[in-house]
Design a protein around this ligand. Structure first.
Ligand SMILES: [Zn+2]
Length: 233
């Protein structure tokens, strides 16, 4: 459940579009969705600066990645959850692009994500994307692209089956379910490239891993990973 405060903010934003999406404050820069106080309270992980960070540890031994990071801690009822909820379920793309830009800037400044050729949003299944009308990871990539000056590459890594029912299944079974549902349509376009694969929230990492494994079949490709938020500490 999101706090009542969020409902108030939704209403405020509807009638006064240029108020802070976090607290309703109307003192806010034109190109921002948050006031300075909410910006300074965003829970950055700082993982991007750190080799061997907790996100890289999740994938260690599972996947050869150049670098991996999650920008924010994800906790229930807090601002980052609310902003991601705004993106995924309210179609508020400004929210996703803004957070993507913040992440893109941080990744670039870290120096550990500076030689990326393409940003690839982790695809949803075609059915799920149709239902939502967009892929939230692609919106995040659009924000990152502006900040990093790296193009977004879509419609090449694709995803087949529905995986909606997978949350009820055991983890190993889920992995088998996810594995094999990705495909690359034009592998030559990515040969020898360094790809930053992007998703919204990191949980077990199984889906991100499956997508990356599919890309790793391409000769001399290099993969890095980034998610907006992580549930891990
Ligand atoms: Zn605010």
């Amino acid at each position: 459940m999101l706090p009542v405060r969020s409902l108030f903010n939704d209403a405020m934003h509807l009638f006064f579009p240029h108020t802070c999406l976090g607290c309703g404050n109307d003192v806010i820069a034109n190109n921002s969705i948050l006031c300075l106080r909410c910006i300074s309270n965003l829970p950055h992980t700082q993982f991007e600066k750190l080799a061997g960070n907790p996100v890289e540890k999740i994938f260690r031994g599972r996947l050869p990645v150049e670098a991996a990071s999650s920008q924010f801690y994800f906790s229930k009822g807090h601002l980052v959850q609310y902003l991601i909820h705004q993106l995924k379920y309210k179609g508020n793309k400004d929210s996703g692009e803004y957070l993507g830009a913040v992440m893109g800037k941080a990744l670039l400044q870290s120096g550990r994500f500076s030689n990326i050729d393409y940003l690839i949003p982790l695809p949803l299944s075609a059915g799920k994307e149709f239902k939502r009308g967009f892929n939230q990871a692609e919106v995040i990539c659009n924000g990152m692209s502006t900040a990093m000056q790296v193009p977004v590459h879509t419609r090449n890594l694709i995803r087949g089956r529905y995986t909606d029912t997978q949350t009820k299944k055991h983890r190993t079974e889920r992995w088998e379910n996810v594995e094999g549902s990705f495909a690359v349509l034009q592998p030559l376009k990515l040969q020898g490239r360094h790809i930053l694969l992007v998703d919204d929230v990191l949980t077990t990492g199984a889906t991100l891993e499956a997508g990356a494994q599919c890309l790793l079949n391409i000769p001399s490709i290099r993969i890095s990973l980034a998610t907006l938020a992580t549930a891990s500490k």
